[in-house]
Ligand binder design. Structure first.
Ligand code: ADP
Ligand code: SF4
Length: 689
């Protein structure tokens, strides 16, 4: 039963001519699938409908071919033949009474047009602003271009209506949409009636919305997504200017959708942004207009959601990541199952699907983007197969997820962990600076395992192959994780780094075990994800003089994909960490390290008291190999299967481990599919000529 204090979250509310059934509003979010995987993307949205969201949006939809953001894979609505794919998504969204929304984006100064080869159009002629500094500039639109663009928006609105959508969101936030480009003095340097005063800069938005209202406004609702603060100083579209804009145009859209400055600001990871981080920027805006307001802030707590509505800050609770981590978040609140909510940890791995043009992944919800491909439902699993018992060795993210899903399926599950604390790497990493929310990976699964009569958990139980053969479990899952290498093998060095003398050398595991070097510490980061930067932060906080060297051109290079690379650099610089980029480690000496330039090999030396190597990890797979060496004894021991999963198979981020654990438990006792693909995919149909 629902707790009455959450009732307000379930009050219906009008958006223009429509009524949303509750206040749960899935704001547009990318997923890596987009136009390449339309059925996978549609099924993912359909899952949110089943999970109780009142409003569900598409990702960014490129509404005209003169503005596209290749290589990023979003949706396209360039011509009528694009309608069926997005109609499938709209239909999936509407299956449980949700309103279906489409976000129309004209990327202007943000669209390099690498695919269509069209000349980019923007309010003013400037270089295209992307993550990759593409060597392309936009042409300033003349009046004919502006008239054309207004017509293209109307065409896209009509196509959206044909596709079955209820709402249209005009994208003008995060620096990504043309509405912001017109509103901001930084990107709008025009001297005609579309530039200069705020009234002039708002003209384009007013005209497009008026045109669209004439075309579709009696049956569809129109929302405007604008930045709360462009955060580039006085030249940009500031929070104060946004307030003036809304006050001057109070009734312009049917709903105000407000999102912080750049995407990095808006979707900052938990390491840098708390829940409801945009509260100050949004407070007071609702009073400026009679139209409802939606805002975001990685909301996972129903109490915070209720507070935002009761205090009059928001009408709708906007969620992207929380809706990915748990598509059933509204339903769980409705049914009084608060402890069942799979809370987003704010790691931003979901964003890497878009950034790498891979397929979206979620650390907490391994079924995300696999709803259609593998038929995985985030809340339902098939009953167990012909065997009965499973022993899972290792309680990291892989082992915990395997245990959780196997237990849901009805197997008798034993989970053994060598260390006294369950949770594997997240039990340790959650104690590092900024990573406490990552502990939710273990907390969520341990909570569920603790509820189940068919699960036994054995901490402080390092197992051997002999013991496992004695126990007689039918299925054995080896999820024994990995350890950080101390010899420097990673990318620069594929064999150990030459060393002379006994410079104290540490790995991330040593630091997590509590061994903290002091004095001048050099960190060599050839891993390039978060660990090198996090350890630099830790050691600097503890008073060490820290020099971080990396062969890459960026600190924590891969975190550009999780939208935190700039924040990491800023934080380390703020802590006084010396950052040496494009710098390799040539040799480890007795009282320091010999470095080399990544490009020229030019040598240098740094004297130091200790070295921390953040390189590759070594799979802890000895137990697995001990067991496979004794395969002849399995049948006598009653063992039917032995599998190696997670970091013990191949080290990777936590999301890879939860996926591996999930897949293991889903596949248990499944049919042998031989050489077949384990998932469905869509192959482009060939044109007839
Ligand atoms: P993953 O990310 O793949 O889940 P982790 O490194 O987080 O891997 O977790 C692996 C866990 O397995 C660690 O907590 C480790 O202590 C545990 N472990 C390793 N070897 C054994 C063993 N022989 N018996 C029981 N637990 C083990
Ligand atoms: Fe949240 Fe991480 Fe999942 Fe994204 S990948 S929804 S940030 S838990």
């Amino acid at each position: 039963m629902r707790d009455p204090r959450y009732d307000i979250l379930f009050d219906p509310l009008a958006i223009g001519p429509l009524v949303a059934k509750n206040r749960f509003y899935q704001v547009p979010h990318c997923n890596g699938g987009g136009y390449r995987d339309p059925s996978a993307a549609a099924a993912m949205r359909g899952m949110k409908a089943e999970g109780g969201w009142g409003v569900i949006f598409t990702e960014q939809t490129e509404m005209h071919h003169t503005s596209e953001i290749t290589p990023f894979i979003e949706l396209r609505l360039w011509e009528d033949q694009d309608i069926p794919a997005i109609a499938k998504m709209a239909a999936a969204m509407k299956t449980h009474g949700a309103l279906a929304g489409i976000q129309l984006a004209y990327s202007g100064i943000n669209g390099p047009n690498m695919y269509t080869k069209e000349v980019p159009l923007a309010p003013s002629a400037l270089p295209i602003r992307t993550f990759t500094n593409d060597p392309v500039q936009a042409r300033a639109m003349d009046k004919t271009d502006i008239r054309n663009l207004r017509r293209w928006f109307v065409n896209a609105a009509r196509r959206s209506q044909t596709a079955g959508f209820d709402l249209i969101c005009l994208y003008g936030a995060h620096g990504f949409g043309i509405f912001q480009h017109f509103l901001s003095r930084a990107t709008n340097q025009r001297s005609d009636e579309y530039g200069g005063s705020l009234e002039n800069r708002a003209r384009f938005a007013r005209e497009v919305i008026a045109d669209m209202r004439d075309a579709v406004g009696d049956s569809m609702a129109l929302t405007l997504r604008v930045s709360l603060d462009e955060q580039i100083g006085n030249l940009g579209f500031s929070n104060a200017e946004l307030r003036d804009f809304i006050a001057m145009n109070a009734d312009l859209p049917d709903l105000w959708d407000l999102a912080q400055g750049t995407w990095e600001d808006c979707s900052g990871p938990s390491r840098f942004k708390e829940e409801a981080a945009q509260e100050v920027l949004i407070t007071g805006i609702r009073a400026l207009s009679s139209k409802p307001v939606v805002g975001v802030g990685r909301f996972t707590s129903p109490d915070v959601m209720v507070r935002m509505i009761r205090q009059g800050k928001l009408d709708f609770i906007g969620c992207a990541r929380p809706s990915i981590a748990d598509p059933f978040l509204p339903k769980k609140i409705d049914e009084g199952r608060i402890d069942d909510i799979r809370e987003c940890i704010g790691c931003n791995i979901c964003i890497t699907g878009d950034m790498t043009q891979g397929m979206g992944r979620c650390t907490q919800n391994p079924t995300w983007m696999e709803e259609w491909r593998r038929g995985w439902h985030p809340e339902k699993v098939a009953p167990k197969g012909s065997s009965q018992s499973v022993l899972i060795v290792g309680s990291g993210p892989a082992g915990l997820e395997a245990a959780h899903i196997a237990a849901m399926r009805g197997y008798d599950v034993a989970l053994a962990e060598a260390r006294p604390t369950l949770g594997g790497r997240v039990a340790r990493e959650r104690l590092l600076p900024g990573l406490s929310a990552w502990g939710r990976v273990a907390d969520y699964r341990l909570y569920h395992l603790g509820q189940k009569a068919n699960v036994q958990m054995y901490p402080a139980s390092p197992l051997t192959a002999d013991q496992i053969l004695d126990f007689g479990f039918q299925n054995v899952c080896i999820a024994t994780g990995s350890t950080w290498r101390a010899d420097g093998v990673a990318r620069q060095h594929v064999v150990p780094i030459p060393r002379s003398g006994a410079l104290p050398t540490f790995t991330p595991d040593d630091l997590m075990d509590g061994a903290l070097p002091g004095g001048h510490v050099v960190i060599f980061d050839d891993d390039h994800y978060y660990m090198g930067g996090v350890l630099a932060e830790l050691l600097a906080q503890k008073g060490a003089k820290v020099t971080l060297i990396t062969p890459s051109a960026f600190v924590s290079d891969w975190t550009a994909n999780t939208l935190e690379q700039a924040s990491i650099h800023r934080r380390l610089a703020g802590l006084g960490v010396t950052i040496l980029l494009n710098t390799g480690l040539a040799q480890i000496g007795p009282d320091g390290v010999h470095t080399c330039c990544s490009y020229t090999g030019a040598p240098n030396q740094i004297g130091c008291d200790a070295l921390v190597i953040v390189g590759a990890r070594r799979s802890e797979d000895a137990l697995y190999h001990d067991l496979t060496a004794r395969q002849a004894h399995w049948a006598d021991a009653g063992i039917r299967s032995v599998k190696l999963i997670g970091d013990a198979a191949a080290p990777a981020p936590i999301a890879w481990a939860t996926f591996a654990g999930h897949r293991y438990a889903r596949d248990l006792d499944g049919p042998d599919i031989g050489d077949a693909l384990s998932f469905r995919r869509e192959v482009t149909e060939l044109a007839r000529d």
